[in-house]
Design a protein around this ligand. Structure first.
Ligand SMILES: [Zn+2]
Length: 137
């Protein structure tokens, strides 16, 4: 890897980390048909898609390497609201208007954060790379 590639991968990593930390709260954007503390943006779906995309090339892998730990940190932060009421509980809107209870929300966020953390580990160490390529693309 020459200095140019190192610079670009560094920028992509920092960009991934910056976006990953705040991405989940995109559910606060008014035009989106989801509600805050959305299961779609606070769950395993985005990390899984990114983890799959990370096998598509070096830049995707570095983006994911930045994005996934920041995403996990965001979810861990969300695991400790002042109260488990209203928007603190995970919503499955528009699939259903039902919100998970406090304990279920906590476990959902914890599981999703753990998954994103595990994916970071697999990207950083290269372990399970064949598994990712075989099952996700
Ligand atoms: Zn959040």
């Amino acid at each position: 890897m020459d200095w140019k590639e190192m610079f670009i991968t560094g920028v992509v990593f920092v960009l991934g980390f910056s976006i990953g930390g705040t991405f989940s709260d995109i559910d606060l954007a008014p035009p989106l048909p989801i509600r805050h503390r959305s299961a779609w943006t606070h769950g395993p779906f985005i990390p899984l898609a990114l983890w799959a995309a990370s096998s598509g090339g070096l830049w995707w892998a570095y983006f994911a390497l930045g994005f996934l730990p920041a995403y996990a940190i965001h979810l861990i932060y969300d695991m400790f609201p002042k109260k488990w009421t209203g928007g603190a509980r995970v919503s499955w809107y528009p699939l259903t208007g039902w919100r998970m209870g406090g304990l279920l929300s906590f476990l959902f966020l914890a599981g999703s954060a753990a998954l994103a953390g595990w994916m970071t580990y697999t990207l950083a160490t290269g372990e399970f790379a064949n598994l990712r390529i075989a099952f996700l693309g």
